[in-house]
Write a protein that binds this ligand. Structure first.
Ligand SMILES: CC(C)(COP(=O)(O)OP(=O)(O)OC[C@H]1O[C@@H](n2cnc3c(N)ncnc32)[C@H](O)[C@@H]1OP(=O)(O)O)[C@@H](O)C(=O)NCCC(=O)NCCS
Length: 185
């Protein structure tokens, strides 16, 4: 399935290009970037590049599916993805990372995830979109809550990073809730 171009006021999401891969690979393998949401593992560059190339055909892939680019620039600041999170239930979860630390806290993450969720509801016709995050990851859960996601539960001691087990919040939003959410001016 071709990866579309998704554009918001300040941010666009586009398919990764070969020239992006080393930057994405370095963020993907940096424990301080990914540890709050994922078990850290070291990939080989060749495997990472193959996974990114194959992701559009694999709904379960955890590889980055879009780069997040500032339209003013343009300048790659992060990446986002989505994956089938359950073998039986219709659960597709999103994930999101701004690798450029200086670009965090400016609303770019919220805009990027909003574009991704819009795409999943309209183009892939999903009934719900989910996300998980460490219960201590305030930028992540605030981003989700501002977009209208509801906290649906907590998985206790489900994520290991920084030498300890952490609780994980489960979030979700339905297609109807997304369509009727209040829009910001
Ligand atoms: C999570 C992440 C994508 C959020 O993107 P961002 O552009 O930094 O966030 P935004 O500017 O869109 O802000 C989202 C919300 O978080 C809040 N926020 C941002 N930085 C914050 C911080 N350091 N502490 C507390 N809240 C913060 C914002 O105020 C906003 O909440 P509000 O709408 O209630 O005011 C980004 O911080 C990141 O890449 N973090 C590292 C990777 C990661 O944790 N990914 C998520 C894994 S579940």
């Amino acid at each position: 399935m071709p990866v579309p171009l998704l554009e918001g006021p300040n941010i666009r999401l586009r398919a990764p290009r070969n020239a992006d891969l080393l930057t994405l690979f370095n963020w993907y393998n940096d424990p301080e970037t990914v540890a709050p949401f994922d078990r850290f593992s070291v990939d080989r560059f060749e495997d990472f590049a193959r996974d990114v190339a194959e992701a559009p055909e694999d709904p379960r892939s955890l590889a980055p599916r879009f780069v997040v680019e500032r339209k003013e620039g343009p300048h790659v600041i992060g990446f986002v993805g989505h994956y089938q999170a359950h073998p039986v239930l219709t659960l597709t979860d999103v994930w999101y990372v701004l690798g450029e630390i200086a670009e965090r806290g400016k609303g770019h993450g919220r805009e990027a995830v909003g574009l991704l969720v819009d795409y999943l509801f309209h183009d892939l016709a999903l009934p719900r979109v989910g996300a998980t995050c460490d219960t201590a990851n305030a930028p992540s859960y605030k981003l989700l809550e501002r977009l209208g996601f509801r906290r649906e539960g907590t998985l206790r001691s489900a994520l290991f990073h920084h030498s300890a087990w952490h609780d994980v919040a489960l979030y979700g939003i339905t297609k109807g809730e997304w369509a009727s959410r209040p829009r910001e001016a």
